[in-house]
Design a protein around this ligand. Structure first.
Ligand code: PEP
Ligand code: MG
Length: 881
């Protein structure tokens, strides 16, 4: 196997093998852009290392061959001679994991080569600064020494020298720091800092491999649903230096604003610094526009390259670059992460620029992003004066108690509190706190700081670089410019769309995107809404899947309709049995004679009829699938324990009677017990009452000039015999209503497919069903044998942590297991009855990934909750492109 690729050999499509960084370095090399030479070690080599604990046998020689070639090309040798070559060793997985894995710069420096570098660069200070960076980074990432130990020494050196920043330390002070750093290494590892350049390189490569399995990398992958078995590639690249003086520097740039999506030049620049300084948010950067003044030639070159990259990648690119004494070098590019709003705006811009076509524009946005745009935002009218402003790093409105460290954020969030994580700056160790928090606030760092990049990736609200704030983590408080103090636990509100921080809780209003869906904001009311409108229009044009709503009330149905629902795919009738009607249900259950039972049913009938009439009116002209009663009857009765206590205390006769019924109906596994069609078969008159209510409601609506289109759905069917019995009874009732009202109602009768047996015998069931609706909640429950009400709270966390699945199968359809039953039932059902209508009404109907699956297996529609309707429409459109 080939484990090493020169930058001249790869290309952007080899991300699996070369990681995003390696593949894009190769692509930029091919484009003739100024990339320092180097090579990439493949993810295959990393996976082999992680599996066996050692590198593949041939890797050493392959690396030697590529290193020789690199040395020949550069005319310099790694860490040797008058002009020593130095390299960076960088991690880079298929999916970007900002700051989660390791990177080591300045490999090749040693006690010997540091002097050669100093002489060559004519800059002693620079050489010693680079050496101390190497020992620090190597010590931390390769040797596993606590970063603080080095930071403390730097702080001490700065204090001793009476200077505020590292840049002001002199060569001699840096020499002392190197000496101290080497002592730290010996003290911590019992070994001297390795002087052999090749040994440094090999150890660094191994450390990068191993960092794939680091704790924070694992956590990040779980959060971002990145598979755990991909491994990382390692790029070895000739060093160029941004820390060679004021005509050098390093920066990050975006071809468009990743927060808003607006066009323009965005980024941060840090003169006289190495790359880590920018991303780590350690020093405050200057806006990229400043570079135009500092170094107009490099700035012009950078703009030219940004245009080349955009036209090549046809998307927003983010870039890391270094300027070495006036010469610009590209160190990385990738299609950049962006906020949801930016994604919608950019897709439409690129479409209008003619760079991408309509279908591609649809692929550039996602249902998850649309869902984010539907979150509420702060009201501008009622907002108080902000206590600070910072950079609008990741949009959204977040309210919570201020906490000052990651562990507290996790603990308080676990206790159900909403928190805002406040830090001076974040680093990868803050990841679990960031996940737990509603939002993140930092006092330092720019749009490309760790906090900003990671928050944007997670879709989490973030304000960074709020420099007026003094964050005192040890004292657990922050102080504003005018002396206001916020201590741990005080509620603050942060607005990541504009970068404002408020004391206390600020009220929120619906997003403009929701107002657009509601019809209260015009499609051209702002540029974001208009981008959403255009992409929704495209999605509706492309999609094959219909989108219906799970709605039980006329109000929900009406909203769903405004959001674009093309009918109701599931009306759960159980809510119609709750509240004040519970007593009628009790009477039904306790009935001891035929007369008592029909009296109870007669009382329920008009109430149900009223519910359905309203629902059919709200969805006039569109199908409404009404499901007959599903949950076990005990759900409508008092709790067994409570009732027993009550009876023991007051011996009330009615309660005693009730208790007998509760005991009789008590089940160990109610989910697998007397519910759904089983209930209909053993409680005489229950289902026929519901069918009558539906048919009579339809007849009334028809008489009132409406166009009701009810469909009746039987739940929890396992065998066609169950369906046949209910169906015969239902047909008789419908016929009776039709005669009585002199109308023809043609009400389709169908079933849910939510038990494995139903899916396995779908061919037989289809003979008696006009439609199927897959109940993937129960189907998931019964295929996996997972109690849907219990497992997510009990052992799913452990399963997710162990990587048994990347996401709960109740959230995203398990395509291999549950999905294969769905697929088989679709095939068998359609074979038996070609005109069989097929839908899904489990939670998965509104889940983006699952929508793609349902498109692919050829369902007619998905049904989901009203707020997910736009998401399902968009994803159905995307699935069809
Ligand atoms: C299902 O099981 O997927 C379903 C939609 O029914 P319920 O969630 O009401 O059991
Ligand atoms: Mg169900």
């Amino acid at each position: 196997a080939k484990y090493v690729y020169d930058f001249t050999e790869g290309n952007k499509d080899l991300k699996d093998l070369l990681g995003g960084k390696g593949a894009n370095l190769a692509e930029m090399t091919r484009l003739g852009l100024p990339v320092p030479p180097g090579f990439t070690i493949t993810t295959d080599a990393c996976r082999a290392y992680l599996l066996t604990g050692s590198e593949p046998a041939t890797l050493h020689d392959e690396v030697s061959a590529h290193l020789d070639a690199l040395e020949r090309r550069m005319g310099r040798r790694l860490g040797r001679g008058d002009d020593p070559l130095l390299v960076s060793v960088r991690s880079g997985a298929k999916f970007s994991m900002p700051g989660m894995m390791d990177t080591v710069l300045n490999i090749g420096l040693s006690d010997e080569s540091v002097s050669a570098l100093a002489a060559q660069a004519g800059d002693e200070r620079f050489a010693w600064d680079s050496y101390r960076r190497l020992i620090q980074m190597f010590g931390r990432t390769v040797l596993g020494i606590q970063g603080d130990r080095f930071e403390e020494r730097i702080d001490a050196a700065r204090a001793a020298a009476g200077v505020a920043t590292d840049v002001e330390l002199t060569a001699d002070q840096l020499k002392d720091l190197v000496r101290d750093f080497k002592e730290i290494v010996v003290a911590a590892t019992g070994r001297a800092f390795p002087q052999d350049p090749r040994e440094q390189m090999d150890l660094a490569i191994r450390a990068v491999f191993a960092s794939w399995n680091g704790e924070r990398a694992g956590l990040y992958r779980r959060q971002e649903r990145i598979p755990h078995d991909l491994g990382t590639a390692v790029s070895v690249c000739a060093m160029v230096f941004g820390n060679l003086g004021p005509d050098s520097g390093t920066g990050v740039a975006f071809t468009r604003d990743p927060a808003s999506g607006h066009q323009g030049v965005y980024g941060d620049y840090l003169p006289n610094a190495q790359g880590e300084d920018v991303v780590a948010g350690i020093r405050n950067t200057v806006p990229l526009a400043e570079l135009e003044r500092l170094d107009p030639a490099s700035y012009a070159e950078l703009l030219r390259i940004m245009e080349v990259l955009e036209n090549h990648y046809l998307d927003l690119c983010d870039i890391e670059f270094t300027i070495e004494r006036g010469r610009l070098w590209m160190l990385q590019t990738r299609v950049g992460k962006r906020t949801a709003a930016a994604a919608f705006r950019i897709a439409v811009q690129l479409l209008d620029q003619g760079l991408i076509d309509e279908r591609e524009a649809l692929r550039r946005v996602s249902g998850g992003q649309l869902a984010q745009l539907m979150f509420p935002r702060f009201t501008t009218e009622s907002a108080p004066e902000p206590i600070a402003t910072g950079i609008a790093a990741s949009p959204g409105a977040a309210v919570g108690a201020a906490v000052f460290d990651s562990a507290t954020a996790v603990a308080r969030a676990a206790a159900g509190e909403r928190v805002i994580l406040v830090r001076r700056e974040t680093n990868p160790d803050d990841l679990d706190g960031m996940i737990a928090a509603q939002g993140i606030l930092t006092s330092r760092g720019g749009k490309t700081s760790h906090a900003a990049v990671v928050a944007r990736g997670m879709g989490k609200t973030c304000v960074c670089g709020a420099e007026e704030l003094t964050v005192d983590v040890a004292a657990r408080r922050l102080t504003t410019a005018d002396g206001t103090v916020v201590t741990e636990g005080d509620v603050i509100s942060i607005d990541g769309s504009v970068g404002r921080v408020y004391a206390g809780e600020v009220a929120v209003v619906p997003s403009s995107v929701v107002e657009y869906f509601e019809g209260t904001a015009a499609p051209d009311s702002d540029d974001l809404v208009s981008a959403v409108h255009r992409l929704m229009t495209l999605a509706d044009r492309e999609r094959h899947l219909g989108v219906r709503a799970n709605a039980d009330t006329a109000e929900d149905a009406a909203r769903a309709r405004r959001f674009g629902a093309e009918g109701v795919g599931l009306c759960r009738t159980e809510h119609m049995f709750l509240g004040e009607r519970r007593e009628l249900v009790e009477r039904l259950i306790l009935a001891e004679s035929e007369g008592e039972r029909s009296a109870a049913l007669d009382a329920l009938l008009p109430l149900q009829r009223g519910d359905f009439t309203e629902l059919f009116e709200a969805m006039d002209g569109l199908p409404v699938t009404v499901r007959l009663l599903d949950p076990p009857l005990h759900e409508f009765l008092p709790d067994l324990t409570e009732l027993s206590v009550r009876v023991a205390l007051d011996h009330d006769e009615r309660d005693t009677h009730l208790l007998t019924a509760v005991r009789r109906l008590h089940e160990q596994n109610p989910m697998l017990g007397l519910r759904g069609v089983r209930l209909g078969l053993v409680v005489p008159g229950l289902f026929t009452m519901q069918v009558r209510a539906i048919a009579e409601a339809a007849a009334r609506r028809r008489a009132a000039g409406g166009n009701p289109r009810p469909e009746i759905m039987i739940p929890l069917v396992g065998t066609v015999q169950e369906l046949e019995i209910v169906r015969d009874e239902a047909e008789a009732v419908i016929a009776e209503v039709e005669r009585a009202h002199d109308v023809s109602l043609s009400i389709p009768l169908g079933t849910m497919i939510e038990l494995p047996r139903a899916a396995l015998t779908a061919g037989q069931i289809a003979e008696s069903a006009d439609f199927f609706s897959f109940g993937t909640n129960d189907l998931t429950q019964t295929v996996w044998g997972f109690s849907r009400d219990d497992v997510e709270a009990s052992f799913f966390t452990a399963y997710l942590e162990k990587g048994i699945f990347g996401v709960s199968p109740f959230e995203t359809i398990d395509a291999d297991g549950v999905g294969s039953l769905v697929r088989a039932a679709v095939t068998a059902g359609r074979a038996a009855r070609p005109d069989l209508k097929l839908g899904v009404c489990g939670e998965h109907g509104g889940d983006p990934e699952s929508v793609h699956f349902f498109h692919e297996v050829g369902l007619d529609y998905v049904s989901c909750s009203p707020f997910r309707i736009p998401v399902a429409r968009l994803e159905a459109g995307r699935a069809a492109t």
